[in-house]
Structures are given as structure tokens and as C-alpha cells.
Design a binder for this molecule. Sequence first.
Ligand code: SAH
Length: 221
Amino acid sequence: MRTYEDSYRHKGLRKKLVDLLQSKGISDERVLAAINNIPRHFFLDSAFDEKAYEDKAFPIAVGQTISQPYTVAYQTQLLEPKPFDKVLEIGTGSGYQAAVLGEIGVQVFTIERQKALFDALKTFPWLKKYNQIKFFYGDGFEGLPTFAPFDKVLITAAAPYIPEKLIAQLKTGGNMVIPVGEGAVQRMLRLTKTADGSYHEEIFDNFSFVPMLGGRDGKAG
Ligand code: SAH
């Protein structure tokens, strides 16, 4: 069960979360404003209503998670999204990260491999306000060649390696933000595609994501 009521109490908790993210080093005003504007408790079961504005990841369906607000803010800040950028997101999950990008005015193409999560987004009317977010059921390792090239690519699951097909779908000068690693902890990388089709790599902090898996999973949640 979910509730879609955004009270003054929720707004107050959200402002506190934004202050906390700022104190942890998030400085991009567009990212902070997006988090301040999005009712994160809409994305969680109402059992988590009280906890939605803690800086924590939470379980959603089929063993997946809604990322920690700090992680969402950190990745979004690294991506440096600008209004009208075309961004490919891998791992829609709850749709929260896509909403943050939508709030910034980005054109979002987001892929989820779990059918149950993809279907759940169709019954989430609030997300329809972002008509520039397009949802796809598929394998993120393949990307979306028909919609390429993208200005940016954001991976929100732990990638075992850098997917070459996604580099190919990036514009020259475009960025990919990707947590890479097969163990419990991954390294956040920002890749910038160079004119020769390869990329330049910057290394950031460690994070812990659910794994990026190949293929699609059609089981109901
Ligand atoms: N961005 C999400 C975070 C979800 S967690 C949010 O804001 O809530 C990571 C998600 O990536 C999970 O839902 C998982 O099912 C999905 N995922 C893992 N591997 C994938 C792949 N190859 N293609 C698409 N989605 C994938």
C-alpha cells in the first residue's frame, strides 16, 4: 500500500534531508532542489512513511532497493545533467532517480530488467507528470541503440565491467557515471567519451549497489 499525501511534516523532513546532503558535500543546486521537490515517501510502501526521509536505501519489490538519497544525489551531481540532455539510465527500480533527472528537465530513457518493477511503475500515477521520462523493459547491457546517441549514461546497479555497447551509445564528450566492481563494494567512475571512441576515466568514492545482471527477469514480484 502507498499513500499519495504530501504533508507539511513530509516537506519539513525533506528539507532536513536536503540540509544533510549539503553537509555531506552535495552542492549542485539543481540536484538539491529536485530532492526537495520530490515526495520520496510516494516511492515506498506506506510502512516506510516515517523513514522515507532518512538517508538510507530501502527494499522495494523482488529483492531490489531504492538507492540511498546521498547515492542518488552523488551520482546525479557527477553526471552534471542539464535541461534537455538525453540521459540513459540503467536500473529504473523505484523510479526515484528517474524522477530526480526529470525534475531537472532532462529527457530520460530508463531501462529495468525486472518485469514486476517495470509493471509497478505503470500503476504509479504521480510519475506521469514527467512526460519526458520514457520507461523500457529490457537488458541494460544492450542499452537502447534505436534512441542513441545519448549525452549521458547513468548506471544505478553494480557493473561487473564497463559495458562497451553503452560506450558506443554515448556522444563524443558525453559522460557515463558507473559503479564498477564484482564484490560487496564498487568504485564510482566517471567516463568521458573521446573523439577516437575510447574514454577517459575519473575515479571517485566507494559505494554498494545491487548487481547489474544480464538478460531480463519476467517473474512476478
Ligand atoms: N535507480 C533506482 C535504483 C534501483 S537498484 C532507484 O532510483 O530506485 C538497481 C536496479 O537495477 C534494480 O531494480 C535492478 O533490477 C536493475 N538492474 C540490474 N541489472 C540490470 C540490467 N542489466 N538492466 C536493467 N536493469 C537492471
